[in-house]
Design a protein around this ligand. Structure first.
Ligand code: NDP
Ligand code: ZN
Length: 354
């Protein structure tokens, strides 16, 4: 079968032929339809994130997949079922996080991640997965089901945000998404159906720009960080009940607090490199305390969040998914699928069609 992999000492995504996998006990064999590409895949490819499976010289890429069950192998699935795999898997021995179905809360070392940390991903003609890590989805999601994984990360973040505010009556009306990359745009579309009256999204692009068009078509206000830094958004627009950071721009973690309204909550999702800079720590500390603000980090997601993401995806307007996916490539065209440009929002590798 064909796979797209990161190969030791080779640059860029490599197209390899390897034998089709055999499903083990409790595993189904899945024929891959589409696998989305995100920044993490680029980082894995560049050797800046995750690591190869133990003892291997290559790693199959991809963690955002949708496929069709080819061999259910005595799992609960039937031939032809459409499924999406979750990303985390237990290391050699399972642990409490996996037993509680909360692998997203496992600490470094307590998990592998398919296509990222020590395990092969889904960019292959076929993949196998234990049934508990497969989520069944309706047939109409064959084209865009691969978006369920990234959306699920935002579902988790929003669930945790609500949990931090659950001790009092919290009725959030304003939301700010920092970042107009694929994760920011998917989150904006997700928040659109969570009851916010007013939404904003931060970028640093000139018009005309595809992402600004998407932001405005979703009814949100585009904020250019070069004109209005995050710390000034409350004064220029309004203070936010919820801020979702998806830039990976480290100062935004702290500026988020300044953008929040009293009793608001900020979720940090971006993954920055080391960066030393100055902040007014006293002001930050004081604001968090005197205004009952919360700030937390969130990574990955579990099956519950995949199920929530299914609902969000079902409610996305067709134009949104059409605009977001700027390229659909065959495995042979994988180099193009990994190209980055201002007119690329998100690309996908298509292995097969239903
Ligand atoms: P991208 O890098 O594609 O998007 C980041 C966006 O933020 C870009 O559009 C960029 O603009 C914009 N941006 C960066 N700095 C600024 C700034 N100072 N002012 C305004 N806009 C800015 O990444 P993704 O959308 O794929 O992911 C977002 C972040 O979330 C990444 O750090 C990623 O690693 C992380 N991530 C975290 C997950 C989790 O579970 N915690 C899951 C998936 C991703 P421009 O394009 O113009 O440069
Ligand atoms: Zn990802």
């Amino acid at each position: 079968m064909h796979v797209i992999a990161a190969v030791r000492d080779e640059e860029g995504p490599q197209f390899l032929d390897i034998p089709k996998p055999d499903p083990g006990p409790d595993e189904a064999l899945v024929r891959t339809l589409r696998v989305g590409i995100d920044g993490t895949d680029h980082e894995v490819l560049d050797g800046n994130h995750g690591d190869f499976p133990e003892g291997e010289d290559y790693q199959i890429l991809g963690h955002e997949a949708v496929g069709i069950v080819e061999d259910p192998n005595r799992t609960r699935f039937e031939v032809g079922d459409l499924v999406v795999p979750t990303v985390r898997r237990p290391p050699d021995e399972t642990n409490e996080y996996f037993e509680r179905n909360e692998p997203d809360m496992a600490a470094d070392g307590d998990y592998l991640e398919r296509g990222i940390v020590g395990a092969h991903g889904f960019m292959a003609t076929y993949f196998t997965s234990p049934e508990r890590f497969l989520v069944g989805i309706p047939d109409e999601f064959a084209d865009y089901g691969f978006l369920i994984e990234p959306i699920s990360n935002s579902e988790k973040a929003f669930e945790h945000a609500q949990a931090t505010r659950s001790a009092f009556e919290w009725n959030p009306k304003s939301a700010l998404v920092l970042g107009n990359g694929p994760l920011g745009l998917l989150t904006l579309a997700m928040l659109d159906r969570k009851g916010f009256d007013r939404m904003y999204c931060l970028g640093r692009r000139d018009r005309p720009d595809l992402t600004i068009d998407v932001i405005e078509c979703l009814g949100a206000t585009y904020v250019d960080s070069r004109e209005t830094p995050v710390s000034e958004i409350a004064a220029a627009h309004e203070a936010m009940d919820f801020v979702y950071e998806a830039t990976g721009y480290a100062p935004h973690a702290f500026d988020t607090v300044r953008a929040l309204a009293p009793n608001g909550v900020g979720a940090l999702l971006g993954i920055p490199d080391d960066w030393t800079f100055q902040i007014n720590g006293g002001q930050l500390h004081r604001e968090i305390v005197l205004e009952n603000k919360a700030l937390f980090g969130s990574v990955n997601s579990n099956v519950r969040h995949f199920k929530a993401a299914k609902e969000s995806l079902a409610a996305f307007p067709d134009w949104f998914t059409d605009e977001l996916i700027t390229g659909i490539y065959s495995p042979e065209e994988v180099e193009k699928a990994f190209e980055r440009d201002d007119d690329v929002i998100k690309t996908v590798v298509e292995f097969d069609t239903p």
